[in-house]
Design a protein around this ligand. Structure first.
Ligand SMILES: Nc1ncnc2c1ncn2[C@@H]1O[C@H](COP(=O)(O)OP(=O)(O)OP(=O)(O)O)[C@@H](O)[C@H]1O
Length: 309
């Protein structure tokens, strides 16, 4: 669906995209995950020919993408980070306007607009003007405007920023449904939870470069971390901490605010050894929980930084 090779984009001296390459296949929900400023919007805008770039190749639907590739554009739905609707038009009129850019048959358009309204559940707000909508409803209107013409490829740039949890869930469910109905989705976000929930394949971006890509399982298999164990312990001395660090499979041990945070490697089975150690050394403890690696752990291990700092 999308082929990007060695994309280089500079804003003056700043390299925003540093030889970025991506291949997005038909039918997938592809996540572009990266912290603020990592180049997600720049990548999307270059892919859509809304921004010029310095070097590289971009193909969509197997054809070179250019500003006048109208046939390709007809089959693309875009939902931008900033809500882009007309304040003068009602909810219905806005969706009708954007759908009308691609669909000229009136009765066909009416059906598509109604479907889009049902899809984002704005049926009770058809006659509202955008200024009267809450942030979450406005985002849903923005999405309806981008998808009403039933595009094969839908690109959403951080569509849930500043949205309440209920609307966010509705948006994520809606995107999954669009994909089930056949659309290929490209979804950018700096929320790893969303990308984990939604995307079948993911590229992690940092400083304009793809630092890792693959399915969640593939990404998590790239790092050494297998398990993070947190134990609410009453007290522990430096010597005991050191002994814990020397247990087989343990990668690191931190003692933070009466919590032991133990990171261990894959298939290390460290939990049992740690519990044995605490019992033998008569170290009292309360709650214990174990977590599998997240995409933030992948980002942290590769870049040394948190995804959201
Ligand atoms: N028009 C511009 N002129 C100069 N620098 C820009 C411009 N647009 C973006 N940048 C810079 O390019 C880099 C990439 O920005 P971009 O907006 O693509 O990142 P992003 O991952 O989409 O971030 P965010 O999540 O905050 O939208 C950042 O350092 C940003 O400050």
């Amino acid at each position: 669906m999308i082929h990007v090779k060695n994309l280089l984009k500079r804003y003056g001296d700043l390299v925003a995209l540093d030889h970025l390459s991506l291949d997005i296949k038909e039918g997938e929900i592809f996540g572009l995950l990266g912290p603020n400023g990592s180049g997600k919007s720049t990548a999307i805008n270059c892919i859509l020919s809304l921004l010029s770039f310095d070097k590289g190749e971009i193909e969509i639907f197997g054809k070179k993408m250019t500003p006048d590739a109208y046939e390709s554009k007809r089959n693309i739905g875009i939902v931008m980070q900033n809500v882009a609707v007309f304040d003068e038009l009602t909810v219905y009129e806005n969706i009708d306007y954007f759908c009308g850019l691609y669909v000229h048959d009136k009765s066909e358009r009416k059906r598509l607009v109604e479907e889009a309204i049902d899809f984002v559940e704005l049926g009770n707000f058809k006659k509202f003007h955008p200024k009267k909508l809450s942030g979450g409803l406005l985002r849903r209107l923005n999405i309806a405007c981008g998808i009403a013409h039933r595009p094969k490829l839908i690109i959403l740039d951080e569509p849930t920023v500043a949205v309440d949890p209920q609307s966010r869930n509705k948006i994520l469910e809606g995107i999954a449904r669009l994909n089930k109905q056949g659309a290929t989705i490209v979804y950018t976000s700096h929320y790893m939870e969303e990308v984990e929930q939604l995307c079948s394949r993911i590229a992690i971006l940092d400083k304009g470069r793809v630092i890792a890509s693959g399915t969640q399982e593939e990404l998590k298999a790239m790092i050494t971390l297998g398990e993070k164990i947190t134990i609410e312990a009453f007290s522990i001395n430096e010597q005991e901490l050191q002994q814990l660090r020397e247990l087989p499979g343990v990668l690191s041990v931190q003692w933070i605010e009466k919590r032991l945070v133990i990171k261990s490697g894959k298939k290390a089975g460290s939990l049992e050894a740690v519990l044995d150690f605490l019992k033998t050394h008569e170290i009292g403890f309360g709650r214990i929980y174990s977590e599998l690696p997240t995409l933030n752990d992948v980002f942290l291990e590769i870049t040394g930084k948190q995804l959201r700092d």
